[in-house]
Design a binder for this molecule. Structure first.
Ligand SMILES: CCCCCCCCCC/C=C\CCCCCCCC(=O)SCCNC(=O)CCNC(=O)[C@H](O)C(C)(C)COP(=O)(O)OP(=O)(O)OC[C@H]1O[C@@H](n2cnc3c(N)ncnc32)[C@H](O)[C@@H]1OP(=O)(O)O
Ligand SMILES: Cc1cc2nc3c(=O)[nH]c(=O)nc-3n(C[C@H](O)[C@H](O)[C@H](O)COP(=O)(O)OP(=O)(O)OC[C@H]3O[C@@H](n4cnc5c(N)ncnc54)[C@H](O)[C@@H]3O)c2cc1C
Length: 551
């Protein structure tokens, strides 16, 4: 995040100085925004940067324990510079949070600079190869030029000048990384399903009739139900990530031309897609582990590591709930635009036909299911706005009414995001397979249908509320879904092989291409330090005395 922030928040002159140093690794940096007391609520950060016109420096301070920076990757021992987000004070006025480039260690000795307190935050659920750190300041001075001045400036005399056209321009790096994280979720989920599907083709367990041989666990319908949604979701996330990247690039190009009109929609999209993709990837990676039984619990399966790594993405760069609520703000505004007969931006345009007051007629074709997801999102949004307004009528303030409605707001944002993802999944497959062979088209369409049927069956309660779906329609959809799993089964291993992930990347005894699962598990077990000697010294120190009653 250090380099993208230099790119996004510095003036051209600052970039010319800092970027070559960072890209050449003459300096190593991190992004220190979160504090012990605040991560989500950026406006509540407590670190201060107070401008002193006498010396043309900013004085950095950590006034409280909770103001200590906390979490930044590499901060503890690795980096010598960081971007510190701090409350800017000049001429006695606080201008809110701004980013600063701060040297924290000597470039030669690597000793912390006087006035800088830096250390490691300790062991975590995962990410233990990263030295996430804490950081505090005691009247630590940095040059005026170290304020990142693309979006706002402090002149030599202390005058504050706002440059950016959008109030949230300094949040740009977060939007960028959220966009990248959708791709990261797809990649890690693809790894997990490659491991679990390959292993399920090797693993045999139980024999339906006592005479016959044991079945590959991949032949069980329940195993297919666990795993094929993982493959389908990995594709859904990958295709949505490509689409989101294009949306991001287009918005960035427009902003460079001075047009910030599409930023709110990009923020709403990157927020909900980051939230849903990281949450889905984490829970489906855990599902892959379940699908591998006991061996999935081994570190050598690679799955615990993947889970620990990916579950963090649900939290960092904006917690799941918080980001869905950001999307919900955008949706409520879109609702009001529909009421006022104003035009809508592309990803919410479906709302303009959705508030008919009638249930959508159920249609089980893929297009019909996407329309149903849209109706569901619109229906949830409409009920949420009704709740919000009822609370306002009862005399509550907007903030109070909003807070009481946040469970519904999150539900509406999740439903909207699922509808957007499903629509993109379909249109991206159509776009990308124009020249593909019929077989490739067929397989990708099967996967995409698995995604639609799975989520329709997961949301039958909502579908009953907002569409005319009947009990027999649900029954028919369930049978269709189960039939689809059987159609995919013969190609399942080939489909995960097509992710083209090398053994070194999978790093799993269960998922290697050669399928030598048992040999690899045994070889990994031999690496345990406990296997280095036939009798461990703890036998003599503790066990034997205990057994002889001498403890
Ligand atoms: C080349 C580089 C390669 C990099 C590769 C990365 C790939 C991933 C690899 C992964 C592997 C390892 C890497 C690990 C890396 C770990 C990195 C982790 C880093 C971090 O976590 S950094 C800290 C991140 N922190 C957060 O995300 C905090 C979340 N909170 C917020 O974003 C905000 O506080 C907020 C919740 C959005 C609220 O902000 P605020 O209170 O200021 O605003 P309001 O809610 O009042 O809203 C006002 C108004 O502003 C709109 N808005 C808010 N944010 C934005 C935005 N970003 N852009 C545009 N508009 C925004 C909001 O919608 C409101 O609009 P409205 O009034 O409704 O019109
Ligand atoms: C592995 C890892 C790496 C990280 N790397 C960095 C880094 O490099 N740099 C950096 O600056 N930060 C980093 N972070 C910090 C990260 O960005 C924050 O942890 C994250 O933004 C969540 O903020 P928080 O911890 O304050 O959670 P909190 O906001 O305290 O969340 C706690 C709970 O409260 C809920 N909640 C909070 N506010 C509200 C609200 N308004 N409405 C409803 N519910 C609410 C949340 O949904 C959550 O369930 C990292 C974190 C992790 C785990």
């Amino acid at each position: 995040m250090f380099v993208p922030t230099l790119m996004g928040q510095c003036t051209p002159e600052q970039q010319a100085y800092w970027l070559p140093r960072a890209l050449d690794m003459q300096i190593i940096g991190t992004y220190a925004q979160t504090e012990l007391g605040h991560g989500t609520f950026i406006r509540g950060l407590e670190t201060t940067a107070t401008y002193d016109p006498e010396t043309e420096t900013f004085v950095m301070n950590s006034p409280t324990l909770t103001s200590y920076k906390w979490w930044a990757g590499g901060l503890a021992k690795t980096v010598n510079y960081c971007i510190v987000v701090a409350q800017l004070y000049t001429k006695g006025v606080c201008h809110g949070t701004h980013p600063f480039i701060v040297q924290i260690r000597d470039e030669e000795t690597h000793m912390p600079r006087p006035g800088v307190k830096v250390g490691d935050i300790g062991p975590k659920l995962g990410f233990n190869t990263a030295d996430n750190g804490y950081l505090g300041f005691d009247n630590y001075r940095i040059p005026r030029d170290n304020m990142m001045m693309k979006n706002a400036q402090v002149l030599k005399d202390g005058t504050y000048v706002k440059v950016a056209r959008h109030g949230k321009a300094t949040y740009g790096t977060m939007v960028f990384v959220r966009v990248l994280l959708v791709n990261e979720a797809a990649f890690n989920l693809a790894k997990a399903c490659t491991i679990a599907v390959r292993y399920s083709a090797i693993r045999r367990q139980c024999s339906p009739d006592s005479e016959g041989s044991e079945l590959q666990v991949l032949d069980y319908s329940t195993q297919q139900h666990k795993l094929f949604i993982c493959i389908a979701t990995a594709h859904a996330l990958q295709l949505n990530s490509t689409w989101l990247w294009k949306t991001f690039s287009d918005t960035l190009a427009a902003i460079k031309q001075g047009n910030v009109d599409t930023l709110p929609e990009l923020h709403a999209l990157s927020s909900c897609l980051k939230a849903l993709s990281t949450a889905d990837a984490a829970s489906l990676i855990e599902q892959c582990r379940h699908a591998c039984g006991g061996h999935g619990y081994m570190m050598s399966s690679g799955l615990p590591y993947l889970y620990a790594f990916v579950t963090a993405t649900r939290t960092y760069e904006g917690d799941y709930t918080i980001l869905l609520l950001q999307t919900a703000r955008f949706l409520v505004k879109a609702y009001e635009q529909v009421e006022a007969g104003k035009p809508l931006t592309p990803t919410v345009s479906y709302l303009s036909q959705a508030f008919t007051g009638k249930k959508l007629p159920w249609d089980s074709s893929p297009d019909g299911i996407i329309r149903a997801f849209q109706a569901l999102a619109a229906g949830k949004l409409s009920s949420t706005v009704k709740s919000l307004r009822k609370r306002l009528e009862s005399g509550l303030s907007y903030e109070q009414a909003w807070e009481l409605s946040t469970i519904q707001l999150n539900g509406a944002a999740e439903a909207h995001c699922r509808a957007v993802m499903s629509q993109n999944y379909k249109s991206e497959i159509e776009r990308l397979t124009v020249n593909s062979s019929p077989n490739v088209k067929l397989v990708l369409q099967q996967l995409y249908k698995v995604y639609l049927y799975y989520w329709a069956l997961e949301r039958t309660g909502d579908l009953l509320l907002y569409t005319s779906i009947s009990e027999s329609d649900i029954f028919e959809l369930q049978l269709r879904y189960e039939g689809l799993l059987k159609e995919i089964r013969p190609n399942a291993v080939g489909i995960v092989d097509a992710f083209d992930l090398r053994d070194e990347v999978l790093h799993s005894a269960l998922g290697s291409y050669d399928g030598n699962v048992y040999e690899r598990l045994m070889a990994e077990a031999q690496k345990s330090p406990l296997n280095a000697e036939p009798v461990n010294q703890t036998f003599h120190t503790y066990l034997k005395p205990m057994m002889k009653g001498k403890l």
